[in-house]
Design a protein around this ligand. Structure first.
Ligand code: SF4
Length: 699
């Protein structure tokens, strides 16, 4: 490859598209990488506009360019010393549990690895969580219950090999656009049937042969009804279940109890429901794609297992064109999972509640401070900050003051916290405004490392631009702080390859195939080979450097007895219901051309042209005095914001929609997180961001 061409990976959604950056007359230009298996040259609007955001950053005033301590510019030496001193003082005065990190699926795996090692292994606090908690934590919990490990069995190609694709709680056309392009092409070329299960008519509706506009929160009833139908019609694969699966009888018992009233519970037409059930029963090559509409729920884990139950009962797991398929929101939500980015995980998918895993990690890291046990999950973590139990909080590459539920409380927590350290690329975010120590981090195109996409594919992000100002990669900032705390021997990293190599070695350390995640093939990788690393799907154990396309296709799962587990799940309503005071249910989600809290995509005029402002979408039956195009105040039990009204039949009566992107910085309207309560799934800790009682009034 010529010096003026660089292969890298898109920093936005979990599809993880490969990019080729080429130096043109007017600077770097972006194109899709035809050799990358995730996208095969395709791009969506956000990927194509990447250089718009980079150029806008270069124009000045956007980036945080120098460290700051207590509002004054500082040298890196001063900033690192101040960070280390405040962490040390907090531990000495209040114990290690008074320190927490809140990190991000925007970090590279190497950054994530160092963050986990520093906090859990050497500061001795378990309280590190990530914004991936808002994204796919329910899927992690569901995978572990069903398979014994957090592993996506399928590969993107399965969408093209399937005869039926069921999209559950997924606006694929806007949130994973390149996968939607691949599915659209498969539908055109081979007549793939598509069922969309979503309370709203989104852009993805255009792909559907059948749209089940279900009552929000009724997914468990829908899939329990399907399981009961499969059993009644002889579509359960008895031989597969006998050999490979436990729990069919109890799962079926629970499913049959829901099945009687399923059409009513789900609010769908009986004939449509029957058609869906018949199609699944008759189509061995079925892929079920599920996303945030399933995960962001107080019953998210049960919803995931209701879907996985159907695939386990029919033996449709990890086979070409036949698998359940979670698509993650963020570019590296899965890489974070690999290194223990969630409060209820250790590195290399080890379990913090398993003394053997804790001991194994403690010995590998030579980290006596590692105690094991679960840390606080995102919502509880910020409540602990507000309550004064967490005294020092380091936030990296995320903007919780906008994105977390109970956003008002998050801001109050940040105000009250004695030490807030924020590492980010952006100088002014709603979160950065609360920071005592501000650390300028390297952004996309400036840092090197790996990310893992939704099909378990590890890809390289490569630097092609110089670091602006004094910005540094996150792994380096944390390693410097670790050295200042006296742990230099454990953080000797000179380059990302050193960290990736250690991460790979840990994944194989005393593993013996017991954990699904294993990339031991790279345990001795040299920097040059790391630079050239081609996209590879884990597991990639010592003897399989080419990786693994599909998992569990042979019916052997990660549970100690090798069997998959069906889980008895029952429909239960969301935590809150509509009331006279708050008669409508708010659903939140993404727009096609914006990303998270718009700190990058908001800089691109062409992306902003798609939807220049947040719209509250309302069904005509609920519009009342609201005027299409007029302003409205949306109020929940927690707060309110202003938004322009769009009256549309795409909504179900009784339900409204708002995008998640805008904040107090980007709109007078305010962050949607101000409205969302902190109700979480009991198992996964994922907040219920898609079911908030509100009222909408003309303004
Ligand atoms: Fe980037 Fe996702 Fe678009 Fe691919 S589909 S170009 S990863 S935003």
């Amino acid at each position: 490859m010529a010096e003026d061409t660089v292969k890298t990976t898109c920093p936005y959604c979990g599809v993880g598209c490969g990019l080729i950056l080429s130096r043109g007359r007017e600077g770097w230009e972006v194109g899709g990488d035809p050799d990358h298996p995730a996208n095969k040259g395709r791009l969506c609007s956000k990927g194509a506009a990447l250089m718009d955001t980079v150029r806008a950053e270069d124009a000045g005033g956007i980036r945080l360019l120098h460290p700051e301590v207590d509002g004054r510019r500082a040298s890196w030496d001063e900033a690192v010393a101040a960070t280390a001193a405040r962490l040390r003082e907090t531990v000495e005065a209040h114990g290690p549990d008074a320190v927490a990190f809140y990190v991000s699926g925007q970090l590279l795996t190497e950054d994530y690895y160092v963050a986990n090692k520093l906090l859990k292994g050497f500061i001795g606090s378990p309280h590190i969580d990530t914004n991936s908690r808002l994204c796919m934590a329910s899927t992690v919990a569901g995978h572990k219950r069903a398979f014994g490990a957090d592993a996506v069995p399928g590969t993107y190609e399965d969408l093209e090999l399937a005869d039926l694709v069921v999209l559950v709680g997924s606006n694929l056309a806007w949130c994973h656009p390149v996968l939607a392009q691949r599915l659209r092409a498969a539908r055109r070329d081979r007549g793939t049937k598509v069922v969309v299960i979503d309370p709203r008519e989104t852009a993805t509706r255009d792909l559907a042969d059948l749209h089940l506009k279900i009552t929000p929160g009724s997914d468990v009833a829908l899939f329990n009804g399907l399981l009961a139908h499969l059993a009644r019609t002889g579509a359960v694969d008895g031989e597969y279940v006998a050999r490979h699966v436990s729990g069919l009888d109890t799962a079926l018992e629970a499913a049959e109890a829901d099945a009687a009233a399923v059409a009513e519970t789900c609010g769908v037409d009986g004939a449509d429901l029957a058609r869906f059930y018949q199609w699944v029963a008759a189509t061995p090559r079925t892929v079920s794609v599920f996303s945030q509409g399933v995960n962001q729920s107080s019953r998210g884990t049960d919803k995931v297992n209701a879907i996985l139950n159907v695939h386990l009962a029919t033996g449709r797991v990890g086979k070409p064109g036949a698998s359940p398929f979670s698509v993650t929101g963020q570019p590296n939500a899965m890489g974070g999972r690999e290194v223990g980015g969630l409060a209820n995980q250790l590195a290399a998918h080890m379990n913090p509640d398993d003394p053997h895993d804790v001991d194994r990690l403690r010995r590998f890291w030579k980290a006596p401070a590692l105690t094991g046990g679960q840390g606080l999950k995102a919502v509880d973590l910020f409540r602990a900050v507000r309550d004064g139990r967490i005294k020092a909080l380091w936030i990296m590459a995320t903007n919780p003051a906008v994105s977390l539920p109970e956003a008002g409380l998050v801001r109050a927590a940040l105000e009250a916290c004695p030490t807030v350290i924020v590492s980010d690329v952006v100088a002014d975010t709603d979160t950065m405004r609360h920071a005592h120590i501000r650390l300028p981090a390297a952004g996309w195109g400036e840092k090197d490392g790996t990310v893992t996409n939704s099909e378990r594919r590890i890809s390289r992000q490569r630097a092609f631009r110089p670091l602006p100002g004094e910005a540094r990669p996150d792994w380096r900032i944390m390693s410097d702080v670790a050295r200042a705390l006296g742990h230099g021997a454990a953080f000797p990293y000179k380059r990302p390859a050193d960290i990736f190599r250690e991460h790979a070695a840990l994944s194989a350390f005393e593993n013996d195939g017991a954990r699904a995640f294993d990339i031991g093939a790279f345990a001795a990788i040299k920097p040059k080979a790391f630079d050239a690393l081609a996209p590879v799907q884990w597991p990639a154990p010592m003897d399989a450097a080419r990786g693994t396309e599909r998992m569990y296709g042979d019916g052997r799962f990660t549970h100690s007895n090798g069997r998959g587990r069906m889980i008895a799940v029952r429909h239960a309503a969301p935590m809150e219901r509509a009331s006279l005071r708050y008669p409508l249910i708010l659903n939140t989600g993404r727009y096609r051309d914006q990303w998270h809290t718009m700190t990058r995509t908001g800089l691109s005029p062409r992306l902003s042209a798609h939807r220049p402002e947040p719209l509250v979408e309302v069904h005509p039956d609920d519009a009342g005095a609201l005027i299409d195009g007029g302003l409205a105040r949306v109020t929940s039990g927690l707060g309110s914001l202003l938004a322009r009204v769009a009256v549309t039949e795409a909504q179900r009566p009784g339900e409204v929609f708002l995008p998640m992107h805008w904040s107090d910085t980007t709109a007078a309207a305010g962050a949607v997180g101000r409205l969302v309560a902190g109700h979480v799934d009991a198992l996964s800790g994922q907040p219920e961001s898609k079911h908030v009682p509100v009222r909408v009034e003309p303004w």
